[in-house]
Design a protein around this ligand. Structure first.
Ligand code: HEM
Length: 501
């Protein structure tokens, strides 16, 4: 019975797809529907977008349209032409529709009268400018709690751990405490810090398990068991982020309080507020930890880079950075070598899609004068990871880590990169660009810098296997920000007997 129904459904789908078969109209980008009706290239796209889109680029050039699960997606891979997309008005190329779809699918969030522009303007105010200093100070304090007050990390004996687990958990726990608040007023009191250590570990453990299911959730590909597990974890996290729990916290960031007031004004009930706060937990904590992991991994793999960063940290921070002091912004801004290492790390591992829904039939003019037509109802997608970030025309040996790639000979920041003999405006785009660039970028950079500073100042660390290869990527994460390694990399670390600087 079920089999017959399935066959009937399949036949209907095939007939439907054949009947409504789309063909390429004049001036439209090359069209590649794939062999399977309706489904098109969905599986290859989702499994490894970098591999699939590279193949399509070889076949069709830097703009083409592919079919994936009933949707037609036009992919643009010419970085000189990205301006025509990233600044286009939301009335033509809409960012919100697809974002809302993912919000609901991944986090069960539906907000009434949701206006992302208002929300974004409010959040910017609390993640940048004057608020940045408060966040930096709180992050420094929370990193100290997590790194220097955890008994397990205190002993001067060598310990073994996975670097990804280590980096992600420290960054996420400290980042969470910074934005969502501490468990107790006197958070410099070691006894009371225990509460923050325990609570942030509980949140991280659940968050990490959910993070491992999110890519399948986004593609609606969870098995029944995985669905149950995702629901269980979400419920636990909603409770941890409930009004009652948050009201009991101290040192909540102005970002959190303003966001909660904003949800109140929208008339969002308590349950939906917790769901929205879990979505924000992922938006704010899902990338910085993996970025810190890759940066530390590349430093450990490249002793010349590690020596250059250590020398810079020593010269900038000598005599500063005691446990209870925040690091001044002017010091955080005086590290061109570290900045180059971070840019190079993100070039290699930052892989967001920039996605827009096409709301009306419209022309798309590329930088070299070519003009294409975009069709209403299609989706437009940029994948800067392929170009400019991994483009051999822009970067020599693009797959290699070169710590000084973003440094000029005089040690200043290098910003001139070329493609086709023309200087690129967008040469590295891990933070997105235009209307939906990351608004937490400055806080993220300060946080990663402080983490590495405290870590290298207070701990010795090394790869367990010095010949460790770069771990392969979990390719299902392409398009969602930072990639994660398929498997972890073991390190040895121990607390230094005395701090050198
Ligand atoms: C290395 C770390 C990070 C990277 C690579 C990164 C990257 C990105 C990217 C690519 C986007 C655009 C997403 C899209 O358009 O779909 C984004 C958005 C966003 N990021 Fe980050 N991010 C990082 C860390 C952070 C941190 C630490 C925060 C906050 C504390 C943050 C807050 C946000 C927010 C709120 C948005 C949504 C902005 C909007 O409404 O358009 N990010 N981030």
């Amino acid at each position: 019975m079920l089999f017959t129904a399935l066959v009937a459904l399949l036949v209907t789908l095939v007939l439907w797809a054949l009947y409504f078969r789309r063909s390429r109209l004049p001036n439209e980008p090359p069209l590649d529907r794939g062999a399977v009706p309706w489904l098109g290239h969905a599986l290859a796209f989702g499994k490894d977008a970098a591999k699939f889109l590279s193949k399509m680029k070889e076949k069709h050039g830097d703009i083409f349209t592919v079919q994936a699960a009933g949707k037609f997606v036009t992919v643009l891979l010419d970085p000189h032409s990205y301006d025509a997309v990233v600044w286009e008005s939301n009335n033509k190329l809409d960012f919100n529709k697809y974002a809302c779809l993912l919000m609901e699918r991944m986090f069960d969030v539906r907000l009434p009268d949701y206006d992302p522009a208002t929300e974004k303007a409010m959040m910017k105010l609390h993640l940048q400018n004057k608020s940045l200093h408060m966040l930096t100070k709180a992050m420094f304090s929370n990193l100290n709690t997590i790194l220097l007050h955890d008994r397990e990390k205190l002993s001067p004996e060598w310990k073994e751990e996975g670097l990804f687990a280590f980096g992600y958990s420290v960054m996420m726990r400290a980042g969470y405490l910074t934005l969502y608040g501490n468990e107790s007023v006197h958070y410099n009191n070691p006894l009371l810090q225990t509460k923050d250590l325990e609570h942030s570990a509980e949140v991280y453990n659940e968050f990490y398990q959910l993070d491992q299911l999110l890519m399948k959730l986004a593609r609606s590909m969870l098995s029944t068991e995985e669905k149950k597990e995702a629901t269980r974890i979400k419920k636990h996290l909603w409770e941890l982020l409930s009004r009652r729990r948050l009201n009991a916290k101290v040192n909540r960031s102005s970002w959190l309080d303003s966001y909660r007031s904003h949800l109140e004004e929208l008339g969002v009930d308590d349950v939906m507020q917790s769901k929205a706060l879990l979505l924000q937990l992922w938006a704010t904590q899902g990338n910085a930890g993996p970025a810190a992991f890759w940066l530390l991994f590349f430093l450990l793999k490249h002793p010349d880079a590690m020596a250059a960063v250590q020398a810079e940290l020593e010269s900038v921070y000598k005599g500063k950075g005691q446990e209870t002091e925040a690091i001044k912004q002017e010091d955080l801004d005086s590290t061109p070598t570290f900045d180059s290492v971070l840019s190079e790390t993100l070039r290699l591992t930052g892989t967001p899609f920039i996605t827009r829904e096409v709301l009306e039939d419209m022309p798309l003019k590329l930088a070299d004068g070519r003009e294409y037509r975009l069709r209403k109802g299609d989706r437009l997608c940029l994948f800067p990871y392929l170009s400019p970030q991994m483009d051999s025309e822009v970067y020599k040996d693009p797959e290699k880590f070169k710590y000084d790639r973003f440094l000029n000979a005089d040690g200043t920041k290098k910003e001139d990169f070329y493609k086709g003999g023309k200087k690129l405006k967008y040469y590295n785009m891990p933070w997105g660009a235009g209307n939906n660039v990351c608004i937490g970028k400055l806080h993220a950079i300060n946080s990663i810098k402080q983490f590495v500073f405290i870590l290298l100042t207070n701990f010795d660390l090394e790869l367990k296997d010095p010949d460790e290869k770069i771990p392969s990527f979990d390719t299902s994460r392409y398009g969602f920000g930072m990639v994660q390694p398929r498997s972890d990399v073991k390190i040895h670390y121990k607390r230094k007997k005395s701090v050198r600087w």
